[in-house]
Write a protein that binds this ligand. Sequence first.
Ligand code: HGY
Ligand code: MN
Ligand code: MN
Length: 407
Amino acid sequence: MIAPMLEAPTVLQRCEDLARCTEEPGRITRRFATPALARARDLVAGWMREAGLEPRLDAVGNLIGRREESGQTLLLGSHLDTVRDGGRYDGALGVIVALAVAERVAQRELPFALEVAAFADEEGARFDTAFLGSALLAGCVNSRWLERRDRDGVRLADALDAWGGDSSGLDVPPRRDLLGYLEVHIEQGPVLEEADVAVGVVESIAGQIRASVTFTGTAAHAGTTPMGARRDALTAAAEWIGAVERVGRETAGLVATVGEVEVEPGAANVVPGSAAVSLDVRHADDDTRHAAVERLRALATAAGAARGVEVVWAQAHETASVPCDPRLTARLAGCAGTVTGVEVPRLCSGAGHDAVMLAKVTPVGMLFVRCAGGISHHPAEAVAEEDVGVGIEVAASLVEELARERV
Ligand code: HGY
Ligand code: MN
Ligand code: MN
């Protein structure tokens, strides 16, 4: 039985409503501690009340809707922030599907409390603080992050306090009351489309390392500085960026990305004095990922040394590869099989998710929903209404199954 289609259209409409909460008209950009994210949060708070949940803000600005019951808490949700110029479903779909599930079981007796989380910073798009929101629930917020500054020089702690959070309240113990965490998320890859299946279950989430690498040479006149006398930061960075791609292509299962380059002074007639470059490296195997990062670090140093350019490597964060809980995943696969009538694919997620943090304190399960062309972190992100209906049905079935087992 597929979910009554009225729910899927509502979910899609709400993702559309959230897409209008953006920092940049014409694009979807909703970064941590911005007014755009606050507007999205206000919308979700109203929908939480409609679903019978009591919304509250925690110290980092996550919006948590809770249905009070005795005993442990089952947590559902995803993130509400986006990358710059992102899509309408990455994160948002999981939050709204979780609300559809809460509505679905609103009249049902539950032997556990139910919470839906709309995490405030999964992408780390503003301060390079990936999973900051869910880290609070895992009791592992890195206090040094409070001093991070965004591109405009705004300090994270100041942005958080001005936004309704509490920068002095981030050092909290991990949640110990959770019986599990379920996240529904778009696949952001091609597997489900190739298998022609609406949903899949996630077995593991690849670990990732993010770093910023700064090449510092000497700015100089483009017309009067001989090529042999230059300390050109950008050509050193450019050689290294080519090496990042080469190492990524050569290492099976590795992805390595340079997504940001900031050049100073950034003038056509000045030899660049500095180039600040981002690095994102992922692999399901921690040792392989570490070896690749060490190799890239050596290549950066060599590219700089060949030009008299200094290289400073600053690791922003690292998350190890995380297995989803086998029992919860088996249950999820069972529910998905019942709803779809097929054995759904089991996948490793190349994308990181808040489940990475929640796995530190509770069993986690993730359900992927097919997305068009596997496109994500792009305005062309798209899902089919029918597939969203399947996602709701599977997630609701799991909650019902957990409830039956505990009464
Ligand atoms: O980058 C990621 O894996 C996720 O979108 N935060
Ligand atoms: Mn994302
Ligand atoms: Mn996401």
